[in-house]
Design a protein around this ligand. Structure first.
Ligand SMILES: *Cc1c(COP(=O)(O)O)cnc(C)c1O
Length: 413
């Protein structure tokens, strides 16, 4: 049998390659951090580059105190649980982490998953049946799209960040038993932060639940770093928050859903990735408790991240690039042309600046960009090196100070 599918797969793989969409992996030979050593292409010698494409927002992936807590967790609680939660996979520290996360997020209760992908995969079908309606932002994460597909609820996709369209869809869904609005807290390609204040007002007006995926905000957005619900002033108004331990919160893996008491209780009874997949490793749980400790004891890392973000946004604009406005450490540098985004990312890499160029279908046609992600692990000299490299490369392609129209005229869309 394998002969037939093998031929088809080879054909499809070569089509992916020809379309320039083949994803090549780069091998990092060092711990994750600001300065990393990268092998690319495969088999070549390693290059030392500054990393501007990790979700290591607080620089905790290799933080000494986090590593020490992980070692301690390993020593005192072992490596793995060899079980799902409801058989014999729950330790005291799993429960402690859930309680600490609830305290931090200002919610009733929290349930851990192996990933946020699983948290989203196991959420919708538990609450939303055929007589219900889910209203979902057009740009929501793949795991949300998949999770919604697993439920039989009617799906209403509203235009990205468009509150009028959301209101229209809420009216269209007036007959449903329950309505649930689902949004990313921040959208990863633009750094846009969802207008949760408006969303919660609409939810009140049309009697809907609000669920938010805060993977790109948990730990650093808002005055105390609680996330986009704190940033938008809606603490306590979002019914469920899903998020990850795999980005700002230490960056290993693991996810969770946090929110209303009875909803979390029902997830423990019915959520399939929770019931039928392994418990989070004690090593990660112990390290995550330390992460929460670090970010609640001091605002230093958060402050450094935001000051790095402000500095980079100002400087990159000053040298003549156009970025998407905002405050998020995701900074989209707009280039519009797909090939230009790839050529520039390659040239920047050769200058020791590791960034990724994104183009269709990851972003809309004609919206190609380089995405820079700032971290508290970056020092001012890292940022200055990046700015200088962007200036050199921008000069080479003669796009500094050029408008969107001028860039498109030079390079096409
Ligand atoms: C990264 C991300 C996820 C997946 O998180 P994992 O814990 O890595 O599975 C889900 N949703 C959003 C919005 C993300 O950015």
């Amino acid at each position: 049998m394998y002969g037939t599918i093998k031929q088809d797969l080879k054909q499809e793989l070569s089509e992916i390659r020809e379309a320039g969409l083949f994803k090549e992996e780069r091998f990092i030979h060092s711990p994750q951090g600001a300065d990393i050593s990268v092998e690319y292409p495969e088999g070549s010698s390693t290059e030392n580059v500054i990393n501007f494409c990790a979700n290591n927002y607080l620089g905790l992936s290799s933080h000494p105190e986090v590593l020490e807590a992980a070692h301690e967790g390993l020593r005192t609680r072992g490596f793995g649980m060899s079980s799902v939660r409801f058989i014999c996979g729950t330790q005291d520290i799993h429960r402690e982490l859930e309680e600490q996360l609830s305290d931090f997020l200002k919610t009733d209760d929290t349930i851990l998953y192996s990933s946020c992908f699983d948290a989203n995969g196991g959420l919708f079908e538990v609450f939303m049946k055929a007589e219900d309606a889910i209203l979902t932002d057009q740009l929501n994460h793949a795991s949300i799209i998949d999770g919604i597909r697993l439920s039989k609820a009617k799906r209403y996709i509203y235009k990205h960040d468009d509150m009028d369209d959301l209101e229209q869809k809420l009216q269209d869904a007036a007959d449903a038993r329950y309505r649930m609005i689902m949004t990313d807290g921040a959208f990863s390609m633009d750094g846009t932060i969802a207008r949760l204040d408006k969303i919660c007002d609409l939810a009140d007006k049309y009697d809907a639940l609000v669920v938010m995926d805060d993977c790109h905000c948990t730990g650093f957005l808002g005055d105390d770093g609680r996330g986009s619900h704190e940033y938008r002033g809606v603490l306590g108004r979002v019914d469920l928050i899903t998020s990850t331990l795999g980005k700002a919160m230490g960056g290993a893996s693991g996810g969770f859903t946090s929110g209303r008491k009875e909803m979390i209780a029902m997830l423990r009874q019915r959520s399939r990735p929770y019931l039928f997949s392994n418990s989070v490793s004690p090593v990660i749980v112990a390290a995550s408790l330390k992460v929460l400790d670090l970010i609640t004891q001091s605002s230093d890392l958060r402050d450094k991240l935001h000051s790095n973000t402000r500095y980079f946004r100002e400087e990159i604009t000053r040298i003549g690039y156009e970025i998407k406005d905002g405050v998020h450490p995701i900074v989209p540098i707009m280039l519009y042309n797909a090939k230009l985004s790839q050529d520039m990312a390659r040239d920047l890499y050769e200058k020791g600046i590791y960034v990724i160029g994104f183009f269709y279908p990851v972003v809309p046609k004609g919206q190609a960009r380089i995405r820079v992600q700032l971290s508290a692990a970056h020092e001012r000299e890292h940022l200055d090196k990046a700015i200088n490299a962007f200036e050199d490369v921008g000069r080479k392609y003669d796009i500094l100070g050029k408008s969107k129209e001028e860039i498109i005229e030079m390079y096409g869309e």
